[in-house]
Write a protein that binds this ligand. Structure first.
Ligand SMILES: [Zn+2]
Ligand SMILES: [Zn+2]
Ligand SMILES: [Zn+2]
Length: 329
């Protein structure tokens, strides 16, 4: 008989069983996230656990709120949900993105766009981590994590605490204060970096856009067709086209329609309708290769490319297609 391996840890005593209800459990994960990030310049290992624990916290907390509405909303397909299977934990649950949509549509919870985006990106990173490791740059993880931490702390206050019994609520509230202080430490590092950047970006504000990776207004475009990069998180794209595509993917409702060929430089790097530059309030058309911004563009009915229409023009054809069409008559 082979000798039994010695146990690594003593078997849990019945009195010390793990029994963390979802909100307390979520708060415990948030505390761990803040600890992994609060001293600045986190190691890859700290970043890894920050992402894993933050995603775990987000899932627990969002679903705890859904469950207040109805338990079946936590299940991937609520129509086919079975109570006994739910109680046994034997079910597929909805995704983070699905949970956010249900919170908005069914529970009437407000989730601002920036937080929703950060939550979606976080969940992508978690999946990436499980399959091939995390490739996101540290400042991007810190910034997104800080946004999600902020959102979840607020979410617990507004949506989860009111439903907890008084004593439990005060215990959680105390924990939230402590975590809030750690989050402010993290944000101080981010703010310091952002301030340093502001001076650097002063002359290029009209072609600096929000980075689809870290969410900072620090992606400087318009440096030709090659290598735009974010000055904050240092994510670089090999070509302006890829940066424009990544931007359109995150910031426009229809990424394919939002990415077009630029009438000035002919690169497929024009973001139509959805580009917003640093300090601007309105959206515009901006080429990520040549950096030109356009007030008015129209789509040519001949070649389907975008072109700059002359005033009162109503033929819907670009300069290249117009002569060809006239020849036919
Ligand atoms: Zn960035
Ligand atoms: Zn261009
Ligand atoms: Zn045309």
């Amino acid at each position: 008989m082979p000798e039994k391996m010695p146990k690594q840890e003593p078997a849990p005593q019945p009195t010390s069983e793990v029994n963390y209800p979802p909100v307390e459990n979520g708060v415990d994960y948030l505390d761990s996230v803040a600890d992994h990030l609060r001293f600045g310049q986190p190691s890859p290992r700290n970043l890894k656990y920050a992402v894993l624990h933050l995603q775990a916290a987000a899932e627990l907390l969002l679903k705890a709120r859904l469950q207040q509405e109805h338990w079946s909303l936590v299940v991937k397909d609520p129509g086919a949900a079975k109570r006994d299977r739910f109680e046994a934990g034997d079910f597929d649950s909805c995704t983070t993105t699905g949970a956010i949509a249900r919170l908005k549509d069914i529970a009437g919870v407000t989730v601002d766009d920036k937080s929703a985006k950060s939550l979606a990106i976080l969940s992508k990173w978690r999946n990436a981590l499980q399959h091939y490791g995390l490739k996101a740059p540290a400042p991007a993880v810190e910034t997104r994590a800080a946004q999600v931490l902020d959102f979840l702390l607020e979410f617990i206050h507004g949506e989860l605490l009111p439903a907890l019994p008084g004593a439990k609520a005060s215990a959680v509230e105390e924990d939230l204060v402590a975590i809030g202080m750690k989050v402010r430490q993290i944000k101080t590092f981010i703010d310091t970096r952002q301030k340093r950047l502001d001076a650097e970006l002063r002359d290029v504000t009209n072609r600096t856009v929000e980075c689809p990776f870290c969410g900072s207004f620090a992606l400087v475009v318009g440096q030709g067709p090659l290598s735009p990069s974010c000055r904050f998180c240092h994510t670089a794209w090999n070509e302006a086209t890829f940066a424009a595509a990544a931007y359109a993917e995150v910031f426009s409702p229809d990424a394919e329609a939002a990415l077009q060929t630029c009438p000035t430089c002919s690169n497929l790097a024009l973001v139509v309708d959805w580009a917003r530059v640093l300090h601007a309030t309105e959206l515009k058309h901006l080429c990520f290769a040549c950096g030109e911004a356009f007030d008015h563009l129209a789509q040519c009915h001949g070649c389907l490319d975008m072109y700059v229409p002359s005033p009162n023009e109503d033929v819907h054809l670009c300069k290249d297609c117009l002569p060809a069409r006239l020849e036919k008559f």
